[in-house]
Design a protein around this ligand. Structure first.
Ligand code: GDP
Ligand code: IMO
Ligand code: MG
Length: 425
């Protein structure tokens, strides 16, 4: 058993990029299993920052092979610019990246549909990233999507594209007044993309299963977070895929029996981008303070992230749904200067204590959070290199999280940089 899944445990942006980069130092393969260029995973090495949207966060280790699995939806423009950015920084991509021939393609009409639907939805808008994610997964589920393998058969690709353009024209032109896309230009663009990435396309399901048989060390990297999961998140304010750990099996074509561990990335407080319920949100000075200290602005869209205290009721749910055994707690340094740290340890709704994480939006939006208040450590964690150097107040924070969730904190992150991380032995 050689696969470790890394999942976002909250609403995304927990610091998955940093932790996957860190633990992939000794991994053979890092494989992304869902989402698309809606993700923005940040890695900082010696003050140099890399933001990855599609390529797995193991790419900065020269001996690590990276895989984009069948569950990912691929935007050629985003992928090309990411490969270019990495190559310009001296990172070899072409011999180390494999892309599933079963992965679906994001087409320009997906992005347009995503954006116009959001504009139209007004108060019901999800606040998507506008990267075409929902419409691409919609096409996948309704079986009209275009996969990478389709680019091999020019005639078949043309027919699928024609059918799609006709169907989308009905919406985009008749409702929104857009002109149709030029099919020849689109064919040209996607076939030239295919030629560019030809050497990267492979049967990644077979590749990964062979690697599992050989006992290789594999990390499955999720995007987004459990509370944005289409099945288990705060629906409908979610993304259109399954970031939870189960998504790794379907998104890569690997069996559940190959999974040895699930690491949950947990931000020491909570953030959310876009719309939807957020029980511990702070619409006050404290929220603004977290945003400023934590530099909470989206890595993909630059939008300010909504901020609030750590929500242990939501986290316990996430630990359960994902089967998280180990926690990587990130951005602990952001709390260095707070006198008190609040942690939500119970929800009440209409005077009753809720026993579990609610499923309906109305309850989520109207419940009340009960907080446990801990003393802050009021000291900079900068430069701390060993677990034993952590102040007692920090250890009390850990104890509360571990007791409440049943998972163990094994990694602690103290700055964006790879170097500022503690690992519990
Ligand atoms: P991801 O989508 O889960 O990979 O997370 P993002 O990269 O979108 O957002 C996390 C942000 O926090 C990035 O800007 C990281 O560089 C930064 N970051 C990660 N870990 C830490 C940490 O321990 N402390 C601080 N201050 N910043 C961190
Ligand atoms: P990473 O991998 C945080 C949010 C959007 C929106 C909702 C649906 O960096 O953690 P979509 O474009 O997916 O249809 O938008 O999901 N969202 C994210 N929030 N981090 C992400 O990715 C996100 N990807 C999507 O803001 O609320
Ligand atoms: Mg992000």
């Amino acid at each position: 058993m050689s696969v470790t899944i890394v999942v976002g445990s909250q609403w995304g942006d927990e610091g998955k990029g940093k932790i996957v980069d860190l633990i992939s130092k000794d991994a053979d393969i890092v494989a992304r299993y869902q989402g698309g260029a809606n993700a923005g995973h940040t890695i900082v090495i010696n003050s140099k920052q890399y933001v990855l949207h599609l390529i797995p966060s193991g790419i900065l280790h020269p001996n690590c092979i990276c895989v984009i699995g069948n569950g990912v939806v691929i935007d050629p423009i985003a992928l090309k610019s990411e490969i270019k950015m990495l190559e310009e920084n001296g990172i070899d991509v072409h011999n180390r990246l494999f892309i599933s021939h079963k992965a679906h393609l994001i087409m320009p009409y997906h992005k347009l549909l995503d954006q116009v639907r959001e504009k139209d939805a007004k108060s019901y808008a999800i606040g998507t990233t506008g990267r075409g994610i929902g419409p691409a997964y919609f096409d996948k589920a309704t079986r009209v999507g275009i996969r990478i393998v389709d680019l091999l058969d020019r005639k078949g690709f043309e027919q699928k594209l024609r059918n799609n353009l006709e169907e989308k024209y009905n919406i985009l032109h008749k409702i929104y007044g857009f002109e149709s896309f030029n099919i020849d230009e689109l064919m040209e663009e996607y076939l030239s993309f295919d030629a560019e990435i030809d050497d990267l396309i492979t049967d990644t399901t077979l590749y990964l299963n062979n690697a599992i048989q050989q006992g290789k060390k594999i990390i499955a990297e999720g995007a987004q977070g459990a509370l944005l999961d289409i099945d288990h998140g705060t629906y409908p304010f979610v993304t259109s895929s399954n970031p939870t750990s189960g998504g790794a099996c379907t998104g890569l074509g690997i069996p559940p029996t190959s999974i040895s561990n699930v690491i949950g990335i947990v931000k020491a407080y909570t953030t959310r981008v876009g719309n939807g319920p957020f029980p511990t949100e702070l619409n006050d000075e404290t929220g603004e303070r977290l945003r400023q200290i934590g530099a909470e602005f989206g890595a993909t869209t630059g939008r300010p992230r909504r901020c609030g205290w750590l929500d242990l009721v939501a986290l316990r749910y996430s630990v359960m749904v994902n089967g998280i055994k180990d926690i990587a707690l990130t951005k602990l340094d952001v709390l260095d200067d707070f006198d008190e740290i609040n942690v939500c340890t119970s929800y009440t709704y209409e005077g009753r204590t809720l026993k579990s994480f609610p499923v309906d939006i109305h309850t989520l939006e109207n419940l009340k959070c009960e907080y446990t208040i801990l003393k802050g450590w009021k000291t900079s964690l900068k430069g701390v290199r060993h677990w034993t150097e952590l102040p007692a107040e920090v250890l009390q924070y850990f104890e509360l999280i571990e007791k409440f969730t049943g998972a163990e904190i094994k990694i602690v992150s103290l700055s964006p940089d790879r170097a500022d991380t503690l690992i519990k032995l």
